[in-house]
Design a protein around this ligand. Structure first.
Ligand SMILES: CC(=O)N[C@H]1[C@@H](OP(=O)(O)OP(=O)(O)OC[C@H]2O[C@@H](n3ccc(=O)[nH]c3=O)[C@H](O)[C@@H]2O)O[C@H](CO)[C@@H](O)[C@@H]1O[C@H](C)C(=O)N[C@@H](C)C(=O)N[C@H](CCC(=O)O)C(=O)O
Ligand SMILES: Nc1ncnc2c1ncn2[C@@H]1O[C@H](COP(=O)(O)OP(=O)(O)OP(=O)(O)O)[C@@H](O)[C@H]1O
Length: 486
């Protein structure tokens, strides 16, 4: 594609350069530049991509997009915001792939991964070739690829959508993080359905206030205040029980479809009954009532299921088909995952790393726990510090034996993180075991018949980040080892 052809899509229009080279790829990482690349300089959180422009030209870049004039041997096009511009260029360069997919985006503090897997399952059972982008991995038809971010930056994202189209994928479901919405990673994504799960405290290290966090989430539904034409979804699926839905409803031009438990909605779960092996409820769709038997536990799982069924219904999938698919799901990796090694107590590994998710999981456990509840929990370093005392409070409120430990301390001193957790629970009974493996071993060794051990925070993750180093660590394997050693 010619440079000028690409640039016509930017708004406001940038003046053309005299040269009009053929662009063979767009790159924002100078290490990936090849002959014919357009190099886009992005001011990151760690480094300023403008510093790599000269190296990019040496590696073969034939044009550079920047936020300031640069003295280079190739045309330099300047725009106000390269991060947003690259999203537009990526969409155009890869042939606007999202217009060729039935695209479902999910945002919310908790439940994105679970809901996206449920949706993917419904569409796959319906006979469609599916794609998925999220925290655990990216899936393009039968291929899975590791991911670094929940929502990748726009260049990777649009390239992934292109690959999906080429592989014959018809429906793609993706998690849309608030960071992605704020940083324009999903600009130009043409969503058919936008889903909201819930909004509770998280990521305040980035968004600073809950209002800002909510505003970022609202962009998926409203696109207000965006100069780079994020497309409007056709359907907005909103949680009638979450107060944040009011704002999204007011600001969206999409057709609103609601789900709920405590408030009337387009689809509603009533008569919920939980056992130790599953959850039953009646699904009200208008005047019709359908019995549903989930293998998943907890009220929060019912919300995820309602969100997934809503997305299926507005996409034209019959309700009985959607229910049949969901009833077959016996879990999502690292989400309320049971570790079974012949023991007579329950061990659960769960990704709960926000106050709300920890509370939901512990409330669910409270429902069936007959005796002691151990919770092994920590808080990540270099992330929202305000969560720390809250997580500790919730652990002490619902568990008989809370154990505070490390969870990806990153550049922070693990003991300092633990002190901030402890500040929230003065006078309460808890243990501090900074080494995560020791903490898990301790809980498993102490557990007796009928007790529950919840290992919270890391779920499916298979690493622990300490300083700059990534160490292999899998809560599920450590727990299994500890059980077998008893
Ligand atoms: C704050 C943030 O979002 N950072 C993202 C950002 O990194 P950055 O700003 O540090 O980038 P940088 O290293 O300064 O580089 C700036 C530019 O220079 C270029 N560069 C850099 C080095 C070099 O040698 N050559 C070069 O050309 C880079 O390619 C880039 O274009 O761009 C990277 C590449 O796309 C992202 O992976 C990275 O996400 C980091 C890993 C991250 O932790 N992000 C979190 C905050 C995040 O986005 N989380 C959400 C939600 C997760 C959840 O819900 O739990 C997510 O969607 O993942
Ligand atoms: N609807 C929900 N409401 C509250 N908590 C939930 C909900 N769904 C799942 N959880 C809890 O939150 C944890 C994370 O769930 P999930 O991975 O589906 O959310 P997520 O939004 O993808 O999280 P992240 O953005 O951090 O990747 C689960 O392990 C569970 O403890």
């Amino acid at each position: 594609m010619k440079l000028q052809q690409l640039l016509t899509h930017l708004h406001p229009l940038v003046p053309f350069t005299e040269e009009n080279p053929e662009i063979t790829s767009i790159e924002n990482d100078h290490r990936k530049v090849q002959k014919g690349s357009l190099f886009v300089c992005i001011k990151g959180y760690t480094v300023d991509g403008h510093h790599f422009a000269e190296s990019a030209v040496k590696s073969g870049a034939v044009a550079v997009l920047a936020e300031r004039p640069l003295e280079l041997a190739v045309p330099v096009i300047t725009v106000k915001d390269t991060l947003r511009a690259i999203a537009v260029l990526a969409d155009v360069f890869y042939g606007q792939p999202t217009q060729q997919l039935h695209l479902i985006g999910i945002t919310g503090t908790n439940g994105k991964t679970t809901t996206s897997h449920l949706i993917e399952k419904i569409f796959a059972d319906h006979g469609q070739k599916t794609g998925l982008i999220g925290t655990m991995y990216t899936k393009i038809a039968d291929k899975t690829i590791e991911t670094k971010n929940t929502t990748p930056e726009s260049l990777t994202l649009q390239k992934t959508f292109r690959q999906m189209v080429e592989e014959g994928v018809e429906m793609a479901v993706m998690e849309v993080s608030s960071h992605a919405l704020d940083l324009g990673r999903v600009h130009r994504c043409d969503y058919d359905v936008a889903v909201f799960t819930n909004l509770t405290q998280d990521h305040l290290d980035y968004h600073k206030t809950m209002e800002e966090y909510k505003r970022a989430k609202s962009l998926l539904f409203s696109q207000l205040g965006n100069s780079f034409n994020l497309k409007k979804p056709k359907f907005a699926i909103l949680n009638a029980d979450d107060p944040a839905s009011e704002l999204f409803k007011k600001s969206t031009a999409a057709h609103v479809y609601t789900y709920g438990i405590d408030h009337p909605a387009d689809i509603q779960a009533v008569n919920i009954e939980m056992t130790t092996t599953g959850t039953g409820f009646d699904l009200l769709v208008g005047k019709d009532k359908y019995p549903v038997h989930l293998q998943l536990l907890g009220k929060f799982s019912v919300y995820n299921v309602l969100a997934a069924i809503s997305a299926a219904l507005v996409s034209g999938i019959p309700v009985l088909e959607a229910i049949a698919s969901i009833e077959k799901v016996n879990g999502v990796a690292g989400r309320f995952e049971l570790v079974k090694a012949g023991q007579d107590f329950t061990v659960i590994v769960d990704y709960a790393h926000t106050p709300d998710s920890l509370e939901n999981v512990l409330k669910t456990i409270e429902h069936f726990a007959k005796k002691k509840v151990f919770v092994v929990v920590g808080c990540g370093g270099d992330r929202d510090r305000t969560k720390r005392p809250l997580m500790a409070q919730i652990a002490c409120r619902y568990a008989t034996n809370p154990i505070f430990t490390s969870d990806n301390p990153r550049s922070e001193d693990p003991m300092a993180i633990l002190k901030e957790m402890e500040a929230g629970v003065q006078g309460e009974d808890y243990l501090v075991i900074p080494d995560r493996k020791e903490a898990i071993n301790y809980a498993v060794k102490q557990a007796e018949t009928g007790d529950v051990v919840l290992i919270a925070g890391k779920g499916h993750e298979t690493y622990q980040i300490i300083g700059n180093e990534v160490h292999d660590f899998d809560d599920r394997l450590v727990a299994r080892g500890a059980i077998e050693e008893r």
